[in-house]
Design a protein around this ligand. Structure first.
Ligand code: TXA
Ligand code: MG
Length: 391
């Protein structure tokens, strides 16, 4: 199947069309952009050795040149060819091997000194470090093999918007980009972006973004291969500090900006409050209809019949299921919201029990979708009617 879409030059191709896939791979090698599915989210791919192609990625996404791109490869040796072995010590080389062998293909990006004879400098945003990952998706695997060059690919959304988990999402963000190919491989199975980890010379790891591989898994892998002493509890650090826009230039991983996965409607994380104090305001029934609620485990189920729209990310409190549907649900909320629509998301910090690491990755995405905004609500049953107050 070969479908012309939107502007005459955009091409959306089916994952099973071998001829179209290899045409897309040749186009990528020659400098065109090809969006493709991975197990996390869709990537907007470009030939990682071409400054011009990589430059187009930044331009099309509206992404600041200070935010580096992840390079996608098909195996560990391909990764070893694009890192600067001479700048790495034995520990970094061993950690790359151990972590890649254990977690690739999969949602883990490893950041190491880049070999700039193999990569366009723009990929690293001038940091000299490159993030690399081997995605676990059969279509990505086939496509990357056909490309036979390392493929730089950020998530295939406009900068600051919600990451795409279907080919439709990509089209919504890029309806008019000339010569954009989109490989349609259905819905991404995992649903949130990879864990990003820097492997430091000092024999430590910095988790720059939480994702599918948890810090304790990384730690265990290093301990089991004798790269880390089990008593060393500070070697794996999660850089969780949210940065504000004005500080962005000082950030090592600029994707840590607070507003990062934002839907185009006002979004608030909501937690329940038992006591209603003077500073609570009652929400009129009319305003309640403007609300869209994304719940988790029925936390806000009192709202389900009185608000405009209600969806539970996982009624069984399954973090994996919630990760799978989160971005699609944020985009759904955007499309159904009227002009005065407001999105409430259950404050996952209150709802997810314990220190589930994927849960923390999910919390991270929700906090960013809401740009850190929180509110407390209280539901009261008054002679059969539910009234809702907020502060
Ligand atoms: O799951 C994923 O990681 C998806 C799929 C397509 O692979 N990609 C993705 O890319 O989410 P992007 O560009 O949307 O997010 C990459 C994150 C950004 O926060 C970026 O700052 C960080 O990784 N990053 C990439 N290369 C880096 C580097 N060399 N040093 C530090 N941070 C880096
Ligand atoms: Mg992104």
């Amino acid at each position: 199947m070969f479908v012309a879409w939107g502007s005459l030059l955009s091409k959306r191709i089916d994952e099973w069309d071998h001829k179209a896939m290899s045409d897309a791979a040749s186009a990528l090698r020659a400098g065109e952009l090809v969006a493709f599915p991975t197990e996390t989210v869709y990537g907007l791919g470009a030939n990682a050795s071409s400054s011009e192609a990589v430059g187009m990625v930044y331009q099309v996404k509206g992404r600041p040149a200070t935010d580096p791109l992840i390079v996608h490869v098909t195996n560990l040796s391909a990764a070893q060819r694009i890192v600067d072995q001479a700048q790495m010590n034995d520990w970094q080389r061993a950690a790359l091997r151990v972590l890649a062998e254990q977690f690739w293909p999969g949602p883990l990006t490893l950041v190491l000194p880049a070999d700039l004879s193999q990569l366009a400098g723009e990929v690293t945003s001038g940091t000299g470090w490159v993030g690399i990952r081997q995605p676990a998706h059969p279509v990505a695997e086939r496509f990357l093999k056909l490309c036979s060059v390392p493929v730089a690919a950020p998530s295939a959304n406009l900068f600051g918007h919600v990451s795409p988990t279907t080919a439709e999402h990509v089209l919504v963000d890029f309806p008019n980009v000339d010569k954009l190919w989109i490989v349609d491989g259905g819905r991404c199975g995992f649903g949130i972006e990879s864990t990003v980890v820097r492997i430091n010379k000092e024999e430590t790891l910095d988790v720059l973004r939480r994702g599918g591989v948890g810090p304790s898994q990384l730690r265990n892998a290093l301990v089991h291969s004798d790269l880390l002493d089990a008593s060393n509890i500070t070697a794996v650090t999660v850089i969780d500090k949210y940065a504000v826009e004005k500080e962005k230039n000082s950030l090592f991983s600029p994707g840590q900006r607070l507003v990062h996965y934002a839907p185009k409607i006002e979004t608030v994380m909501v937690s329940l409050s038992d006591a209603v104090s003077d500073d609570f305001q009652q929400i009129t029934p009319h305003r309640l209809k403007d609300l869209i609620v994304l719940d988790f485990g029925g936390y806000l189920k009192n709202a389900s019949h009185i608000v405009g729209h209600y969806r539970d990310l996982s009624s069984s409190e399954d973090v994996r299921e919630a990760a799978f549907v989160l971005f699609d649900s944020l985009r759904w909320a955007e499309t159904i919201a009227g002009e005065s629509g407001i999105l409430w998301i259950a404050n996952l910090r209150r709802v997810i029990k314990g220190s589930d690491e994927l849960g923390l990755a999910l919390v991270d995405r929700v906090v960013r979708a809401a740009a850190g905004r929180t509110a407390e609500v209280s539901f009261k049953q008054d002679s059969g009617r539910v009234s809702v107050s907020i502060r």
